[in-house]
Design a protein around this ligand. Sequence first.
Ligand code: FEO
Length: 165
Amino acid sequence: MLKKQVEKLLNEQTQKEAYSSYLYLAMASWAETQGMSGVAEWLYAQAEEEKDHMLKFIHFINERGSHAIIPAIEQPPKQWKDIYTMFNEVLEHEKFISESINKIFESAIKEKDYAVQNWIQWFVEEQVEEESSVQTIIDKLNLLDKGKSGLYVFDKDIATMRSKK
Ligand code: FEO
């Protein structure tokens, strides 16, 4: 059985992963309307991954004898100033998620819940990868000339940059 505080944090994380999926879907949809089909493809795939993360939390909570609550999801923004702003927001969001995962780990240590400590390790590693892959995208964007031709090449390139899972 999960301790109350750990259970609360795991359920909150389910909501955060669900929101991540919605946020990346909103970004994908916006990018698609901007003619950035490579960026949209990357974001749609990212949204699917976040849905998988949410499901991992749901199944784990239930397997540990608790009850995963399916959360309401807030509406994400509809549009972004430009692609640079959008990817910086992705990075900030992933940093926020990493902190949240770390808090679950800290709580599991405090509560001496070894099963959660062990299970959450996958997400600790996943966050290192996610932050790094988004940082790589931002580094590439910063190397571009900010004109349309640079963005065209970037859009083609990003479709090949999905992190391997
Ligand atoms: Fe599920 Fe991108 O964190």
